[in-house]
Design a protein around this ligand. Structure first.
Ligand SMILES: Nc1ncnc2c1ncn2[C@@H]1O[C@H](COP(=O)(O)OP(=O)(O)OP(=O)(O)O)[C@@H](O)[C@H]1O
Length: 671
């Protein structure tokens, strides 16, 4: 195998011929180099007519090699690795008739001449029999790409989906798969070979000048392997595949004399092989972000088989005959490019969820036993770790309520599950209390939507709310002066005002902040309820609010702000009857929330006016200069015409002399 395990491996197989071109094709003694020499007078239409010698270094040269030797050298190690969870691809590339199908599938008439696919199937099932500790399943699919259309060569099998199922190539995290392509489970070599023969008979064959039975399509025979350990506690398993690819001939159009349907086929083949070549070029350039796999069906289908996490092997099939040298050279060029494509394989292990669950259950049982022993030793035999029943949950809820109202000082902790249940009962009680408080407040007050600026502005204008959006007024017209509920009257844990709000609360409730002469205080407050999606303003509609009680019930997430009343209060304050007009609303907006925007807008307007004035000045100046230039040019022209009339003065050397006037005008023009 290759000394460079990190790239695609490339082998060259030479088709045996009695007319081997010894003078033009030299195979190195190391069986890893091949030199091509084309004499300039060969007239083969070689692309670069300046060059006549080429040397290619490969991973191996198979000259006069038997089918068995080819398989053992090229395919055996890759097939073996597939059974260990690695992906593999063996691909035959070359001119029509050079031996691609012979190499991949082999000759059907003679068992000794069978190719890589039947031998691979034989090896797979032989190794499965040997791997007694693994439970391995094998599946097979056979895809054909003909004129950029996908065909399922096994669609005629009874277990295949309907033959006209539309197929598409789909990209997935771990590679590509062909949606709609039938995949068949096989239990032994015979079943697998039957699928191969079924696919072969379905292959599209086209007649051709160079090879009467030349296959005109790309074919991908895939063996999928899924391997699970027979040890049930081992949840890991591997899924891998090997693609055995028989590409269509890479010959040129002109040489094969194709026409009609064959011409169309050849055009498609050439196109897809050109795209394959472009993709290979892109893959060799490690700095490339984008590889154009989707250019053709072939490159898209081979996306996860061209290097990357795949043991990719290219077999370049060539003729040994002199007249085919031009195509041979082209095949070898492609092969040497392919050799630069990086390929770094790793096994992608997956986990069987059923086995993982089983293992975890076993582990839990084991730990439960351990815990039971531990509790017995610690004299805690009554402790249970099972999920709580309804009655046990009700009992915990009662305990928490008792703890909250002070009937018990502490709750006896038993285990983690019980602690979690205590917390969830705390949460439940708090949310119930929040709802109760909200319901009670809703009974007594009308809620204003805090985001409804129009209504709030109207309420503010009417004097019902101050600029911070707090209610300042008694809806009944008669003040209710209950003052501020002392903080000590609320349980600390149940009321936690946010810093800013608390500050506001202090300022507003302080007797020092009340102006002399203010009427008796009325109540206004803002309540933010954590449970409601919008923050609401509560406006008082009754004067008999027991604020202490309400405050005591307000959960931590709620904020209560009490405020002294402003003097001007009227009955309609809390419920503005209709929103203000657009103009009034806009003026209000400019006066308060939009004042900063208004200021910036005015400043920008002043800057713009200033710039416009400057622009005007500059434009005027430019116009004056332009006029001056025009006048100077005109004078210069007049001077020139006069000089021409009078005859141009010359110096002794016969060169023209410029007049002082002209000189002055030119200097001015330059200025
Ligand atoms: N190494 C070889 N030894 C003996 N016969 C060979 C060898 N290679 C190819 N042949 C014979 O050459 C003929 C053409 O080979 P094959 O069909 O494999 O070519 P191909 O490259 O697959 O052509 P196409 O591109 O048209 O599919 C076949 O009859 C095949 O048996």
């Amino acid at each position: 195998m290759s000394d460079h395990p990190s790239t695609v491996k490339v082998f060259v197989r030479v088709k045996p011929t009695p007319n081997f071109a010894h003078h033009q094709i030299k195979i190195g003694e190391d069986k890893k180099t091949i030199d091509i020499h084309i004499r300039k007078d060969d007239k083969l239409g070689v692309v670069n007519n300046k060059r006549s010698d080429w040397s290619f270094k490969l991973d191996g040269l198979l000259h006069n090699a038997s089918q068995e030797t080819v398989y053992d050298t090229v395919a055996k190690p890759v097939v073996s690795k597939v059974l260990d969870g690695y992906n593999g691809t063996i691909m035959c590339y070359g001119q029509t008739g050079a031996g691609k199908t012979y190499t991949i599938t082999g000759a059907t008439e003679n068992f000794q001449l069978r190719g890589i696919i039947p031998r691979a199937l034989q090896q797979v099932f032989k190794e499965i029999r040997e791997k007694r500790d693994q439970s391995i399943t094998v599946q097979i699919s056979y895809l054909e790409i003909y004129n950029e259309t996908l065909f399922d060569l096994l669609s005629t099998m009874s277990d295949a989906p309907t033959p006209d199922t539309h197929m598409t190539i789909v990209d997935e995290t771990h590679g590509v798969f062909v949606k709609g392509l039938s995949v068949h489970l096989v239990n032994n070599e015979e079943q697998a070979l039957n699928l191969l023969f079924e696919g072969e008979t379905n292959r599209i064959i086209g007649s051709h000048v160079l090879n009467k039975n030349s296959s005109r399509s790309h074919c991908i025979f895939t063996i999928y392997v899924e391997s699970h350990s027979r040890v049930l506690s081992d949840a890991r398993y591997t899924v891998s595949k090997i693609n055995l690819v028989d590409l269509a001939g890479s010959e040129r159009l002109g040489k094969t004399g194709s026409e009609g349907q064959i011409l169309k086929e050849t055009t498609y083949i050439n196109k897809s092989l050109t795209f394959l070549e472009q993709t290979v070029m892109a893959l060799t350039d490690r700095s490339r972000d984008h590889i154009p796999f989707r250019q053709s069906k072939l490159t898209h289908a081979l996306k996860d088989s061209l290097g990357g996490n795949c043991d990719t092997i290219l077999i370049a099939n060539i003729y040994g005959d002199g007249p085919q040298l031009n195509e041979t050279l082209s095949t070898l060029r492609f092969a040497s490019r392919m050799k630069c494509v990086p390929a770094e394989t790793v096994v992608i292990e997956q986990y069987d969820p059923m086995r993982v669950a089983k293992n975890l259950k076993k582990e839990i049982d084991h730990l439960k036993h351990e815990l039971a022993i531990h509790n017995t030793l610690a004299n805690r035999t009554h402790v249970s770790y099972e999920p709580f029943s309804e009655s046990q949950i009700t009992e915990i809820n009662t305990q928490v309520r008792r703890y909250l109202d002070g009937t018990v000082d502490e709750i006896d902790i038993q285990n983690l599950r019980q602690i979690q249940e205590i917390f969830s009962q705390f949460k439940l009680i708090v949310s119930q209390q929040e709802k109760e408080v909200e319901a009670r407040l809703r009974q007594k007050y009308t809620l204003l939507d805090k985001t409804d600026s129009v209504t709030i502005t109207a309420a503010q204008k009417a004097g019902g709310l101050d600029e911070d959006g707090l209610l300042v007024g008694d809806v009944d017209g008669s003040s209710f002066g209950i003052g501020l509920a002392p903080m000590s009257s609320k349980p600390k844990s149940s009321l936690s005002a946010r810093k800013s709000k608390t500050k506001k609360l202090k300022e507003r409730s302080s007797p020092l902040s009340r102006k002399d002469g203010d009427p008796s205080p009325v109540l206004g407050f803002e309540l933010e309820l954590a449970s409601s999606s919008k923050t609401n303003l509560l406006t008082a509609s009754a004067k008999d609010l027991d604020i202490k009680e309400a405050a005591a019930k307000i959960p931590e997430t709620a904020t209560l702000i009490l405020q002294q009343a402003e003097p001007e209060v009227n009955e309609d304050v809390s419920r503005p009857s209709s929103p203000p007009s657009k103009h009034v609303a806009f003026e209000d907006f400019k006066a308060d929330p939009g004042s900063e925007l208004n200021r910036i807008f005015k400043e920008n307007k002043a800057i713009l006016t200033d710039r416009k004035n400057k622009l005007k000045e500059v434009t005027q100046r430019i116009n004056l200069i332009k006029k001056d230039i025009d006048a100077t040019s005109q004078s210069l022209n007049v001077t020139k015409v006069e000089r021409e009339k009078q005859g141009e003065p010359m110096n002794k050397g016969g060169q023209g002399i410029m007049t002082k006037m002209s000189f002055m005008l030119i200097v001015r023009l330059k200025d």
